[in-house]
Ligand binder design. Structure first.
Ligand SMILES: *Cc1c(COP(=O)(O)O)cnc(C)c1O
Length: 282
């Protein structure tokens, strides 16, 4: 519902942090395009390439290394002076990769980059993903919290077109570590990608709703119940409480920005009001 997927549809699990959520996104995007990879491995499929911006989080490369895709297959797209991905550069690099015979399978856009707090232009990126039939992931580990704010959520416009979204309540929303979710638009995909049907755990004849059996969607076996902390905070603060907390943080960032932008001895890293709480100066 927060992402804006039609009818509140979607799927997801809590994972041990944003880095792992991003890796899950890559794993599921690869499985969606080449389901045979699950049984046959990388040798059975063409050379894949993923795209993300120069300012994206290093975990995208880490995930590619862990999944056997390789860091050379993560193509870094140029950013403008505020750290936002340049869509025309993305399209150019996709065409270039296709010409070389590589298969573009994922674009990871960042909603709230770690250093500049930049929001990639999600609508333009969604158009390109649609045109070339590429999985669109949004790494909202840092900026996803702004979806709780009616005042600031426009910065993620286009996120509703993503195939998957990383959202870290343990960052902006202040939930104690660890609390990160990977949300996937298509229901059932995580299950078919990761399930191994361990018969001693995942019996089909339990007398409760089996949709609560999320274990086979995950790579882990035993897991923390990370949602519990978020649930308790949500019950205590309410949606409006989270919203007030986030609006306050952004207000404080703007206050800091106004205090130092013209101060002698300080230089802003980029011009203009920051879109997130990152106030970058030298
Ligand atoms: C922090 C961050 C991550 C990694 O999240 P962890 O929970 O620390 O693993 C991923 N992407 C972005 C944009 C981040 O800022």
């Amino acid at each position: 519902e927060m992402i804006g997927w039609p009818g509140g549809c979607g799927d997801g699990i809590f994972s041990p942090g944003g880095a792992i959520s991003n890796m899950y996104a890559m794993l599921i995007a690869r499985f969606k395009m080449f389901p045979e990879v699950k049984e046959k491995g990388m040798a059975a499929i063409p050379r894949l390439v993923a795209f993300t911006s120069e300012h994206s989080h290093f975990s995208v490369k880490k995930g590619a290394a862990a999944l056997g895709i390789g860091t050379d297959s993560v193509i870094l797209i140029g950013c403008d002076e505020r750290g936002k991905m340049i869509p025309s550069d993305l399209e150019r690099r996709i065409l270039e990769a296709k010409q070389k015979g590589f298969v573009p399978f994922l674009v990871s856009a960042t909603a709230g980059t770690t250093v500049y707090g930049a929001f990639d232009p999600l609508i333009a990126i969604a158009d390109i993903c649609k045109k070339y039939k590429i999985w669109m992931h949004v790494d909202g580990a840092w900026g996803g919290g702004l979806l709780m704010s009616r005042k600031h959520k426009w910065k993620l416009n286009g996120v509703e077109r993503a195939n998957s979204v990383t959202w870290n309540p343990h960052k902006m929303m202040g939930v104690p570590l660890q609390c990160s979710a990977l949300l996937v638009r298509e229901e059932g995909l995580m299950q078919s990608c990761n399930q191994m049907h361990a018969s001693y755990l995942f019996q089909q004849d339990k007398h409760y709703d089996l949709s609560y059996d999320t274990g086979d969607k995950a790579l882990q076996c035993g897991r923390h119940v990370d949602v519990f902390k978020l649930w308790l905070m949500w019950r205590a603060k309410g949606t409006t409480g989270f919203e007030a907390q986030i609006d306050k943080c952004l207000e404080l960032a703007e206050y800091l920005y106004n205090k130092i932008k013209n101060r002698e001895g300080y230089e802003m890293v980029f011009d203009g009001k920051p879109q997130h709480t990152n106030v970058c100066f030298w």
